[in-house]
Design a protein around this ligand. Structure first.
Ligand code: AMP
Ligand code: MG
Length: 492
């Protein structure tokens, strides 16, 4: 078994001087690979056996720089809960380098928890085991669900005790993204009125994520449109699985359209547009139902940051063009969302009245505290021809639903799918397994006590969430009574 080697090609370090600080991770007493994502390592052209070693652990903890790495802390700014911070940046993270995956896509290998950087402000630059495993689990769950996301490459324990509410085991998450360019990266230079740098960054982003726009004279307005469309598609996917990101600050919104920065995020059990889990989101700014509006708000901040590029000679024209794109967000989002909801309901081709059918169902679910995931998974049991009172075996779905089920059956009969093919299509988009809060907490508790079995079992189920498996039924239902309201924390 050889030393871990990486075939780095570090475009960010090479092309964007001034957008980062070259930096190294801290030395740590006893780095150890707790979990390695061997499939992902393979996809990245890395030798999993070589990585699963003391040398691999030291690299993935940030303590040792492999050949060809150009580790750096990225500069970015951001609106946090609506207020602008001109300087955030990687306060506890490092980009160690970029590699090409098996499909030729450039991917960042990035560490979280590798020590203080010039962007750390008051923070200790560290991460602890529970949140690292949480990000691992939820990121991989999102990937399993088919939602664009950063991936987890490894969780490494450091052998350090980190002070939080008490001493906690230190850990580092190695994660992989198609890039870590954020709305906040643009804002960093916009706040400093460095138009040349913004242009350089925009051209870099175009080359990396939207190469079809390269060289076009109107590429910057088209970049805004593309980012808008990808974010609309992403948020629609979140909404369709009941995901609440929890901290949709502009520094946590990517240009690539991937989900990033799993902090206080959570999946809801009972459908509730007001669902909020984060301890610091007192006013529900980032509640489930607000996510599309917030995405649009964040995109407006992106538009502002690149306004000078859109039309340098005529600021009014730049504003007019950008406003048009931003105002187009709700329609793009609605189209993505309704398309996804039609698939969840097995409606087939669009028909008039679908929006009302979906919205009336969601209102009923909210009124009756119906479990979102369980309901949709069970809905494929409804047949077109049945006339019996509906019992799909989901708690709280009672007589109030009868008129809606009548309409649903009428709609199915008007559609173009027979029961069998519809059920199969529905089951391919309605997951059985999501990272339910009680399961995640249970797995992390056990992991902190040295037992990784519940984590591994949950990860296994979440990696293939649309396939119902024997022996996993305990992972498919809502939290037991008594689990109580769930609260999550940021920056831990
Ligand atoms: P996040 O909530 O993880 O998106 O982080 C928001 C900002 O706080 C980013 O600039 C992070 O780098 C920084 N940050 C979060 N936790 C820490 C920490 N423990 N030490 C230093 N910086 C941190
Ligand atoms: Mg962040």
């Amino acid at each position: 078994m050889g030393e871990p080697t990486f075939r780095f090609d570090n475009s960010y370090a090479r092309s964007l001087e001034g957008f980062f600080v070259p930096w190294k991770g801290d030395e740590v007493p006893a780095p150890k690979i707790l979990r390695l994502n061997r499939d992902l390592a393979g996809e990245l052209g890395l030798d999993a056996d070589a990585l699963d070693s003391a040398a691999g652990a030291a690299i993935l903890a940030g303590a040792v720089q492999p050949d060809g790495a150009a580790p750096l802390a990225m500069a970015y700014a951001g609106h946090q809960f609506g207020g602008f911070s001109p300087q955030l940046g990687d306060g506890r993270a490092l980009l160690i380098g970029e590699v090409f995956d098996a499909e030729g896509q450039r991917r960042d290998i990035h560490l979280k928890g590798s020590g203080r950087t010039p962007f750390s402000r008051g923070g200790d630059g560290k991460a602890v085991l529970g949140p690292v495993l949480r990000e691992y689990l939820i990121g991989e769950a999102m990937h399993g669900l088919g939602i664009p996301t950063t991936r987890a490459l490894a969780a490494v324990t450091t052998g350090e005790d980190i002070m939080r509410e008490g001493p906690k085991p230190g850990a580092v998450l190695a994660r992989v993204a198609s890039s870590h360019l954020r709305v906040g990266t643009f804002q960093f230079f916009a706040a400093r009125r460095e138009t040349d740098k913004i242009r350089q960054l925009a051209d870099y982003a175009i080359e990396r994520h939207y190469p079809e726009l390269a060289g076009q004279s109107d590429r910057y307005i088209l970049l805004l449109r593309q980012v808008r469309d990808r974010q609309a598609a992403l948020i629609a996917k979140w909404m369709q699985v009941g995901f609440v990101h929890g901290v949709m600050n502009t520094d946590n919104m990517t240009i690539s359209g991937e989900t990033i920065d799993y902090g206080p995020c959570a999946f809801m059990d009972a459908f509730d547009p007001k669902a909020v889990f984060s301890s610091i989101d007192q006013f529900g700014r980032y509640a489930y139902g607000n996510q599309p509006t917030i995405a649009q708000w964040n995109l407006a901040r992106f538009a502002e940051a690149i306004l000078d590029l859109i039309d340098a000679d005529d600021p009014d024209d730049a504003v007019r063009q950008a406003t048009e794109e931003i105002n187009g967000f709700p329609a793009v989002y609605q189209e993505e969302w309704l398309g996804g909801m039609r698939a969840k309901l097995g409606l087939g081709a669009a028909r008039d009245g679908d929006l009302e059918l979906v919205n009336d169902l969601l209102a009923l679910m909210a009124d009756n505290d119906v479990d979102f995931t369980l309901f949709f998974r069970s809905l494929s049991r409804v047949s077109q021809t049945g006339t019996e009172a509906v019992d799909i075996g989901v708690p709280n779905v009672g007589a109030e639903f009868a008129p809606w089920f009548e309409r649903y059956r009428d709609r199915l009969r008007a559609g173009d799918m027979d029961d069998g093919s519809r059920a199969a299509a529905m089951n391919a988009v309605n997951p059985v397994y999501i990272p339910r809060n009680h399961l995640v907490e249970g797995a992390l508790q056990a992991a902190e006590n040295g037992d990784m079995a519940p984590f591994d079992r949950l990860l296994d189920a979440l990696s293939d969430p649309y396939r119902e498996r024997e022996g996993f039924s305990d992972l498919a239902g809502p939290a037991p009574d008594g689990f109580g309201p769930y609260v999550t924390f940021c920056g831990t």
